[in-house]
Design a protein. Sequence first.
Length: 411
Amino acid sequence: MTYVRTLITGSRGAGKSARLATWAQERQGLFVPSNPQALMTGLVPTVAEEIALGVEQTVTSREELHRAVHAVAADLGITDLLYAHPLQLSGGQTQLVALAAYLVLDRARGQIDGLDAPALAFDEPLLGLDDAMRTRVLAAFSRYPADLAWASARPQGDEENLATELQDLGQGAAQPVEAPLVALPTRVTADVLARDLAISPVTPARRRWKKQAVAPVATGINMGLAPGDCLILTGPNGAGKSTLLRTIAGLLPPVSGQLTIGAVPPHQQDAPARVALTQLVAQTPAHHFLAPTVDADMQLGSGNRAEPALRSSLRDTVLPEGSGQTHPLDLLPTEQHLLALAEALAAGAPCLLLDEPTAGLDTPGLQQVAALIAAHCTAQGSAIVATHDPELTDALAQHLPLRHYRLDSSG
């Protein structure tokens, strides 16, 4: 039997998610949204149990459940994560676990009272994945024994080769590539220096008599950034890229080694001093927002020190006209990414830390991100950009000389 593989593409605001949901509804299938963190239940302590939740009541035995979970984990290359906590994974690893929790329906289908596997519709399922993991996911998509669809703002050749049907929804609400960009105020100069740095996503518990030891996820990190530098941080999923950014931001203490920004260790500073040194734009932008409107949110924290005209200019550069009174969580996911970047730039810290800033963005959005990073570096700020997106690297290279650092589990 031949199954449909539908690729839905289009720019920001074109309606990809709505079309995908309709596609699933027409086939009595399942729609999987694009926020993998929101798909983690937090009800179980291991990845294996998280994957099993959707099918554990339908298989005939514990052994069959075990085989199904281990088979889908092997397909996606996450067998080594099965006994990790599902809420303590990297962004890419979380994406893979979320996908596994649905693709396991294939492996368990023979035990579900003879029912066929359901059609699946994934919204941007490849976000944050390295090349090896992309290949594994698309191979799993090709083998899935039912119709399957996915949305992608900037599909690559491997996705187009897999698709048997392409639905291009066009430009939608995307802003033109020529959208005007702002000139940013000159940043306070501050060098970033890491020497023989070891990092861990786990904050050690402090006892009265000793400090608990933690195992580093990466060691031997050496890097230095001067004002105006832009560094592209790469590495496989789970190598510690997000952990490194959080450590540089002062949210995590180093396991060992030296880390300073402007000659001070960031993790030893209080919160106002930390955000005056660095601004971190995380993979989940919704975590940044606290106020009921875009304009009010841009005035929180260090953003309150920015000139109102600068805040307005940054807002209008990245969001549709009239967005000032919109609740940040009512924006499109891609617009939330852009707003989080605009707020970080308004805050004016010398060091900008970006974790997969172009996830789900169309080409105009990607070029806006590249131009805004370049404006920050031109204003004598430095930037560290963790990314799996070669198009972002290419776009930045048109504006700036780039430096590169590849992180892996051995440092």
